[in-house]
Design a protein around this ligand. Sequence first.
Ligand code: MN
Length: 398
Amino acid sequence: MQVLRLLPLVLASLVLASQAPLAPHAEADAVDVSNEPWTSKYGAQTDLPYSGPLSFGHMPYTRCLEDASAKFDIAVFGFPFDTTVSYRPGARFGPFGIRTASRWVHSTIYPLAWGKSPSELGAEIIDCGDVPLTPFDNEKALDQMESAYTTLLGRPVASDANATTITARSASLSLDGRPHPAIVTLGGDHTITLPILRSLSKYYGKISVIHFDSHFDTGRMGNSSTKYERVMHGSYFSVAYEEGHMTNNSIHGGIRQKMRDQSTIQQDEEVGFQVISAEDLDDYGLETVVSTIRSRVGDGPVYLSLDIDVIDPAFAPATGTPEAGGWTVREMKRIIRGLTGLNFVGADLVEVAPSYDNADVTSIVASDLVYDFLVMMQMEAPPPKHKGPLWEKYEKKA
Ligand SMILES: [Mn+2]
């Protein structure tokens, strides 16, 4: 048996030995590629939008937990975790799905609405890869997420404290007065926000949360629950609040879940939230929604958490607990633009479960919203309106 098992290795070494005199590639350093057929004719081996290794928006990819050589001000970080969901599983494939769709949102190009791309606003942004989270033990996985997040938060930033909006903001808000990287996390089910808030509060104290979701996520599990049954993707905010990581100034947007009774709202208020419902956007308009969110969270450290199910399932069906009657992608993007300039210290986009998708539509939406986060977190104020013929006619002052 032993011999049979070793046979392929023996054969391979025989092949290698017989080729040894013919293998000049040990001297690859000496090869001048400029004279080779490809480079002399076509130049660099560039990646096309649909080719190359998988990183968010074609940004540099480093496994940051094991390699501290690449410095960054903002990191994209994957938490492939979905073992605390109440309905459809599959969000462990969210980081993969979002990165795959992000091939088209290259970080060096920009839309009219922003006028700037993520990579031209000063901050060094890289994709730090995914955290290898156990799918077999939630207590351990939560600790792995907190350890990984705290590791990146503790890394020195790439830019001087005053050189970029993101580092200046971090230095002014952090308890130690030093700038710390901002992390945009790709979920994962929504429970990932709990270890993130545990980690952030160590660096910034209590955090106010802007939470876009069709669900409150401030539920409480019953008294017969075990310690880790209490932590699931509809209860983690209550756990985070009770542990002291959150202020009393958090706010939800896009809520439309069905409730049993008013105790849901009461419990929600007890852990520091106000509610902007999905329909409030129709009744009060975009500007009022934005100004209400801005004044609610104020000047302290703010965390942005977006469950893709805040978007109507017509646009984002691939998620664990879809709810009809949500915001459009364009409405969501405009609200996010309106929040520019708040003191964001981190953000996540969660609950993308690509196996329920059609034509990658949900992952495309998610990757575009992450792109928006990367611009929004770097700018000081919402971008002005597009100055086209409509602006000329209706807004331009004589
Ligand atoms: Mn939700």
